[in-house]
Design a protein around this ligand. Structure first.
Ligand code: C6P
Length: 401
C-alpha cells in the first residue's frame, strides 16, 4: 500500500498538510473520487429519480439504482434487501420502529449490551417501554467485552431480538458475532447488528454472518454525509410495515385504500438521497481498491504503536489495551477529557473526547468520558508521534496528572 499515493487522494490533507486526523470513528475523510462522483451527478443530471419522463431523469435513476447494486454487492446483499436511509441511526431506528413495535409483546425479551451506541440501544429501550417487552443486558467481562458465554447466560426461550454492536465505538472490540447470531437463531430470535464501526474496517458479508439486519452509515466509509444503509433479510423486510409514508413509496392511493411498493422502495418515502447514494457507491469501490487486508494491517500497526508509546507515559489510563481495531480510548489522570482535547487541537491533532454517544460504557468504565483516537488506513506513524507529543504537552500543561 503506497500511503503517499493514498493520502494524495484526500483534499483535506492537501489543504491541511500538518493535520493528524485521528477521528475517523466519528467521520472518515472524503477522497476526490467520492467528491467528484457527487459533483458529477449534480453537474450532469441534478434532477429527480423515478419520476421524470425525460432522458436526464432516466440517467439519474440508472446511476442511483446502480449505486444500490454496488453497495449491495459490497456487503453481499441482494438489491431489494438494501434500503437507503440517512445513516446508521435511522437504520437502527427503522428496525426497532417497524419490526420491534409490531412483533414484541409483554413477556418477550430483547438482549442488548452496555457497549452499544445510543442509536443501537435507545430505540429498543423505547420499544420495550411501549410493548411491555423486557430489555436485558449481556454482562461484560472484566475488559468490557461481550463474550459468547455471557451472551448465553441471558439468552432464553423468550428472547425475540438481539440488538448488538459488531465493533464498539469506544472500546474498538470486535464482538464474536457469528456465534452469537447462530445461538440467537436457535432460539428463534432475530439479530439487528450495528455495523457502523465494522463495515468501514473489515469485510462484512451479511450472508456469511447470517444477520437479520445490518445498519451502517456512509460517512464513516469515506462516503458523503446523510446517507446510510439498512440491510434486511428479504422475508423480514417484506413483512415489515413502512414507518414513513409519502411520495415514491406509494403504489395505489385512493380515499378508501392505500398500498405501497415492495422493498426497498416502501422504506424510502420522498425524494431519495440521490447524490449520497452515488457518492457512497463510489466510496465502496474506493475502499475495495485499497483492500481490507491493507486497511486492517495499517490500523493494527498504528494502534500497536500508539498503545506502546502511550503506555510509556505516566498517568495515562488506557481503557482498551487489548483492542483489535483502530480505536484507542484513554484518559489523562485528573484531566477532564474535553480539557485534554483542547491541547490536542492546539497541536493540530483531531481526536474526540466525551462519552461518544455511548454513556452505558463510559459509566461501566466509571468515567464521565474518554479521549478517543481512531485510526484509518490513511493515517501514518508520523500521526501517531504527533499524537504522543500532544499527550506529553497536555501532561506538561496540566501539571503532573
Ligand atoms: N458514532 C462516533 O464518534 P450516525 O451518527 O447515524 O452516522 O451513526 C451512529 C452510530 C451508530 N453506531 C455506532 C457504533 C456508532 O459509532 C455511531 C456513530 C460516532 O463514535 C458519532 S457519535
Amino acid at each position: 500500500m503506497d500511503l503517499g499515493k493514498i493520502r494524495a487522494c484526500f483534499p483535506v490533507f492537501r489543504n491541511e498538510p500538518n493535520l493528524a486526523y485521528l477521528d475517523s470513528a466519528a467521520m472518515a475523510l472524503k477522497p476526490d473520487c467520492v467528491i467528484n462522483a457527487v459533483n458529477d451527478y449534480y453537474t450532469k443530471e441534478g434532477v429527480n429519480v423515478h419520476r421524470g419522463v425525460y432522458r436526464l431523469s432516466y440517467e439519474a435513476t440508472d446511476k442511483y439504482e446502480q449505486a444500490r447494486q454496488t453497495i449491495a454487492n459490497f456487503i453481499n446483499a441482494k438489491f431489494e434487501e438494501t434500503v437507503f436511509t440517512r445513516g446508521a441511526s435511522a437504520s437502527l431506528n427503522l428496525v426497532a420502529s417497524s419490526y420491534g413495535l409490531n412483533n414484541l409483546k409483554p413477556g418477550d425479551e430483547v438482549i442488548t449490551t452496555e457497549l452499544e451506541h445510543h442509536s443501537s440501544n435507545m430505540p429498543w429501550f423505547n420499544v420495550c417501554q411501549k410493548t411491555g417487552a423486557t430489555l436485558k443486558y449481556v454482562p461484560l467481562n472484566e475488559e468490557g467485552r461481550i463474550t459468547v458465554e455471557a451472551f448465553k447466560s441471558v439468552l432464553t426461550d423468550k428472547t425475540k431480538v438481539v440488538a448488538i454492536t459488531y465493533v464498539s465505538n469506544v472500546m474498538g472490540y470486535i464482538t464474536p458475532i457469528k456465534e452469537i447470531i447462530k445461538l440467537a437463531h436457535e432460539k428463534g430470535a432475530i439479530v439487528s447488528l450495528d455495523g457502523a464501526q465494522a463495515v468501514p474496517h473489515m469485510k462484512v458479508d451479511v450472508k456469511d454472518l447470517d444477520c437479520d439486519f445490518l445498519s451502517f452509515s456512509g460517512h464513516k466509509l469515506c462516503g458523503p454525509t446523510g446517507i446510510g444503509v439498512l440491510y434486511g433479510k428479504l422475508d423480514l423486510l417484506e413483512k415489515m410495515p413502512p414507518i414513513e409514508f409519502g411520495g415514491d413509496m406509494a403504489d395505489t392511493v385512493t380515499t378508501k385504500s392505500q398500498t405501497y411498493k415492495a422493498s426497498p422502495y416502501k422504506f424510502e418515502a420522498g425524494t431519495p438521497i440521490i447524490a449520497g447514494a452515488i457518492g457512497l457507491a463510489r466510496a465502496c469501490q474506493f475502499i475495495e481498491s485499497i483492500g481490507f487486508d491493507n486497511i486492517i494491517a495499517q490500523e493494527n500497526k498504528l494502534r500497536k504503536l500508539a498503545i506502546s508509546e502511550l503506555s510509556k507515559i505516566d498517568g495515562v489510563i488506557i481503557y482498551n489495551k487489548t483492542c483489535e481495531t483502530g480505536i484507542v480510548s484513554f484518559n489523562l489522570e485528573g484531566v477532564h477529557p474535553h480539557d485534554a482535547a483542547s491541547v490536542f487541537d492546539n497541536n493540530d491533532v483531531c481526536i474526540r473526547a466525551g462519552h461518544h454517544c455511548a454513556q452505558l460504557i463510559t459509566s461501566w468504565l466509571k468515567t464521565i468520558g474518554t479521549v478517543r483516537a481512531s485510526f484509518y488506513f490513511y493515517n501514518t506513524e508520523e500521526d501517531v508521534y504527533k499524537f504522543i507529543k500532544a499527550v506529553k504537552d497536555a501532561k506538561e500543561f496540566f501539571g503532573s496528572f
